[in-house]
Design a protein around this ligand. Structure first.
Ligand code: C5P
Length: 209
């Protein structure tokens, strides 16, 4: 069996990334945001000007993904996330990335991985599985606040429509759709600030340990 593993899944904007980072710090585990691996593939295709459904180019880009060199500064752009959800429907790309993610999870002392299919596909034997969610309206509101906090402007209804479209693509795809694992603990952060969400996750984990 792999090292101690915490699997965190959920839709975009639910707060799972921040919860994952806080948990990795607290329990001193390695951390992998698996969304960055799909974003890296999408970014490579965008940079080359190739369509996102070019399977062989996407496979090549997936093989070249180096987990130690994922550059958050270029990968977090909104357009890259949208493109990532398009390459993420390609089964062969998923197989290549999942293999790398499993290797990461095995390394001592263990890891927190967050994504869409960690509890269901990547680490089905994880010690703890969390499904972190929040209403689409709350997630859109958070995203708007984030954009405004860096001086940008956006329309709430556009953001909400974006989020609903991404949910539909991630939950509706045939290969590894986003859904809670049967043994996942559900954490709805709609009414929680980030610190409360971390504390709630920690309480769930400490209860199981
Ligand atoms: O979490 P993040 O927004 O960075 O993920 C970008 C996209 O990558 C998601 O919308 C999803 O389509 C895909 N993804 C995935 N499986 C994962 C992580 C991300 O399909 N484990």
């Amino acid at each position: 069996k792999a090292g101690f593993t915490i699997a965190i899944d959920g839709p975009a904007g639910a707060g799972k990334g921040t919860v994952a980072r806080r948990l990795a710090d607290h329990y001193r585990l390695n951390l992998l945001d698996t969304g960055l691996t799909y974003r890296a593939v999408a970014h490579a295709l965008l940079r080359l000007g190739l369509p996102l459904d070019n399977v062989s180019a996407a496979e090549t880009a997936a093989r070249q993904v180096d987990l130690a060199k994922l550059d958050r500064s270029v990968l977090t752009a909104h357009a890259v996330g949208e493109a990532a959800s398009k390459v993420a429907v390609i089964p062969s790309v998923r197989r290549i990335l999942v293999e790398k993610q499993r290797e990461f999870a095995k390394a001592p002392p263990g890891a927190v991985l967050d994504g869409r299919d960690i509890g269901t596909v990547v680490c089905p034997d994880a010690d703890i599985k969390l499904y972190v969610t929040a209403s689409a309206e709350v997630r859109a509101q958070r995203r708007l606040a984030e954009i405004e906090s860096i001086g940008g402007t956006a329309d709430f209804d556009d953001i909400l429509a974006d989020i609903l479209r991404r949910d539909e693509r991630d939950m509706g795809r045939a290969d590894s759709p986003l859904k809670p694992a049967a043994d996942a603990h559900l954490l709805d952060t709609s009414e929680m600030a980030i610190e409360a969400a971390f504390l709630a996750a920690k309480a769930i984990i400490d209860d199981v340990l």
